[in-house]
Design a protein around this ligand. Sequence first.
Ligand code: PLP
Length: 369
Amino acid sequence: MPPIFLSSTYAQDSPGVHKGYEYTRSHNPTRYALERMVALLEGSTIPEETDPSRGGFACSSGMAATSLTLDLLDQGSRIVTGDDLYGGTHRLFNRVRERSQGLTVVPVDMTDLQRFEDSLTGDTALVWLETPTNPLLKVLDLESIVRITRAKAPGAIVACDNTFATPINQRPLDLGCDIVMHSATKYLNGHSDCIAGLLVTSRPELAERIRFIHNSAGPVLSPFDSYLVLRGIKTLDVRLERHNASAMRIAQWLEARDDIERVVYPGLPSHPQHEIAKKQMTGFGGMITIFVSGGIDRSRTMLERVNIFALAESLGGVESLVEHPAIMTHASVPPEKRAELGIDDNLVRLSIGIEDPEDLLADLEQALA
Ligand code: PLP
């Protein structure tokens, strides 16, 4: 097991002559071990001789990793984003960086490739997207998005938040994206016991720029939390196997009920982008979105009644969680924007854990009864 190197600083042989490690904000062996592991899982081709962490960068949270990406951009840059984003990402773009960095943020429904193309201008600096999206689980066609961006905005960085899919189910770098971002708090760690973020790039020049800002701005992950995520990743593959299988079973069960208005799960043939999901994903993930008949009152009752599912924000852990985006994770998205997007008051988001799926079905059955 990689040791946890808690040292903040490292003794030098002579002034300025260090032994590979100088100061933990700049380099740390435990953080490097995590960064290299995620870089390899995401398919980075940067060799260790070129970059010590092979293009992987661990940050103190998913939001810190997103901020680090924004720090690559100049003041006043124009960015095109998906319209359905984690609420905190929306808040960072629109309520922090528009003001502090003068960004122009252009949200667009990227399931409509023509609209996406129309939203791009030659000077667009960043395309930021999630797929599947949070919480509507839209699936975006990464290869087409990259192709259109290269043609219309050749200088733009394409960054994909791969939190929901994980590298087990989807590898955006293989599909042409420049940067993959993770809230490692979720599936990568998998045990709901630390907050962490990651960026991975396969482009050496981008890795060099990210490394400079990572060290300059300092949003680095602590050695202890690096160890926790590293340990979580050892079971990522087997966890995802169970998340994928249980979520599929539960989505089918929910879809067959007449007291659920609509079930959104990329693995269901009824999902509007099911064909794209089949093409670019090797599994459909553990997240399910449902619209409960009976509006906010019945949704609230269901959320209060669950026993095995915990009513809590976050996702991707071994334990199943359930939450109400309009009141919880996406409360920072303005109500009119939520209405426009379809984040309705009867929308409930389920994160299917690795418990026995029979127990989860029984819990949902009694909560909905
Ligand atoms: N991206 C997605 C898709 C998320 O769900 C979250 C958190 O819920 C984040 C980013 C932010 O990550 P963190 O909470 O680790 O800062």
